[in-house]
Ligand binder design. Structure first.
Ligand SMILES: [Zn+2]
Length: 65
């Protein structure tokens, strides 16, 4: 069954804030994954050092349900 219309929350990898597709200011595809950001400044920070933020994020694991 598909539930793609449900709004999911994503974590802004830069500041840790929860955002959804609606509330996100910016989004960026990196290595096949879409990341959502609360603000353009967060996206720019991610773009300049994506590995730094991805590695930090992985320490906590990504919950998917
Ligand atoms: Zn942010």
């Amino acid at each position: 069954m598909k539930h793609q219309s449900n709004e999911r929350n994503f974590k802004d990898p830069v500041c840790g804030m929860e955002v959804s597709r609606i509330t996100a200011s910016d989004e960026l595809e990196y290595q096949g994954k879409i990341y959502y950001f609360c603000a353009t400044s967060c996206r720019e920070a991610f773009e300049s050092e994506p590995e730094k933020y991805i590695r930090h994020h992985r320490q906590h694991g990504i919950k998917q349900s």
